[in-house]
Design a protein around this ligand. Structure first.
Ligand SMILES: *[C@@H]1O[C@H](CO)[C@@H](O)[C@H](O)[C@H]1NC(C)=O
Ligand SMILES: *[C@@H]1O[C@H](CO)[C@@H](O)[C@H](O)[C@H]1NC(C)=O
Ligand SMILES: *[C@@H]1O[C@H](CO)[C@@H](O)[C@H](O)[C@H]1NC(C)=O
Ligand SMILES: *[C@@H]1O[C@H](CO)[C@@H](O)[C@H](O)[C@H]1NC(C)=O
Ligand SMILES: *[C@@H]1O[C@H](CO)[C@@H](O)[C@H](O)[C@H]1NC(C)=O
Length: 277
């Protein structure tokens, strides 16, 4: 291809990213935990992790504090969704995951559509929310930072979360094209309306422990979560720093905290994986 055309496309591409409001609105730091820590008693596992957090606080290498008094345990119900069976997964330009969560039995469930990739340009596909759902939809463009045995790996995640009506019982199909009107045209080859269905009739219980931590004098919401699906286990410590501009000191403490935690073999699952050179 002609050099001029290549740079023209590049410029459009870069301009597109900048114009698309794909600035990170939050950063989530994550450490995968050993499932055996939480599988028998979630609460006892959380206390075990708190002991390690206390140790990091007491060592005073970094300005970090744990707020034990803010701890709240919750159970959510989670249902994985997938595109309906008449559609081939090859129809999508990029892999997309769907899930529905109900945080409290008395609250409406939501539906989350998420694209993740190491390349932010791939996840920066802005979609149009139907006016019927603008009030109930939150859009997040997030940097996910995974710590594994002292190493950091970053990934970009773009998600659309819509609160559905209280009658929605996490068993029926959902027409995503009703909510995100250009989802089918922007993300699939066939451009057929995007209908999603529950992956199975199982509803999973996600056990969560939410609490506050303090990083360089900034209060940050943290979480430990655990759930077991048919084919997978998720067991994770995470915290989210909100805002598109964040104090550099806070970011450094955040990184240092997950780097330290990810190397503690008693609690971090990937603490023993040898780094590749
Ligand atoms: C969450 O569910 C588990 C069983 O799956 C139960 O042991 C625990 O007490 C529940 N926690 C809350 C906060 O409801
Ligand atoms: C919004 O909802 C109303 C009532 O259900 C429906 O008549 C209308 O067509 C919807 N509008 C859009 C843009 O989907
Ligand atoms: C969304 O919220 C605005 C402002 O609160 C309100 O005027 C509008 O009617 C709402 N739209 C829908 C579809 O509920
Ligand atoms: C869930 O809702 C659908 C309709 O919205 C209904 O057909 C179905 O029976 C409900 N299922 C349960 C388990 O309540
Ligand atoms: C899904 O929603 C789109 C856009 O509102 C509509 O054109 C299509 O007919 C709907 N499909 C089904 C199966 O409800």
């Amino acid at each position: 291809m002609n050099m001029l055309i290549v740079s023209y496309i590049l410029i459009i591409h870069i301009y597109g990213i900048m114009a698309m409001d794909c600035e990170y609105s939050s950063r989530e730091y994550q450490v995968v935990l050993r499932p055996d820590l939480l599988i028998n008693s979630f609460e006892a596992g959380v206390m075990r992790i708190f002991e390690e957090l206390d140790r990091i606080e007491d060592a005073k290498r970094i300005p970090f504090k744990l707020s034990r008094s803010s701890l709240k345990f919750k159970n959510e119900t989670l249902v994985s969704y997938t595109h309906d069976l008449s559609r081939n997964s090859e129809d999508f330009f990029i892999p997309i995951t769907f899930k529905s969560r109900r945080k409290k039995p008395t609250e409406a469930a939501d539906i989350v559509m998420k694209m993740s990739n190491a390349d932010p340009a791939i996840t920066c596909t802005p979609l149009t929310v139907s006016e019927n759902y603008t009030n109930s939809t939150k859009i997040k463009f997030e940097l996910d930072i995974h710590a594994e045995n002292g190493f950091l790996r970053a990934q970009s995640a773009h998600s659309y979360t819509t609160d559905l009506s209280i009658d929605f019982n996490q068993t029926s199909s959902i027409n995503i094209s009703d909510i995100l009107i250009d989802a089918a045209t922007k993300m699939t080859y066939s451009q057929e309306p995007l209908i999603i269905v529950p992956k199975s009739t199982n509803k999973f219980v996600v056990q969560t422990a939410e609490f506050k931590i303090n990083l360089a004098n900034e209060k940050v919401g943290a979480m430990i979560m655990f759930y077991k699906k048919l084919d997978s286990i998720k067991s994770e410590f995470s915290f989210r720093i909100k805002g598109s501009t964040v104090d550099r000191k806070v970011l450094l403490v955040a990184q240092q905290l997950v780097i330290e935690l990810s190397q503690i073999t008693n609690i971090a699952l990937y603490s023993l994986i040898q780094p590749r050179n």
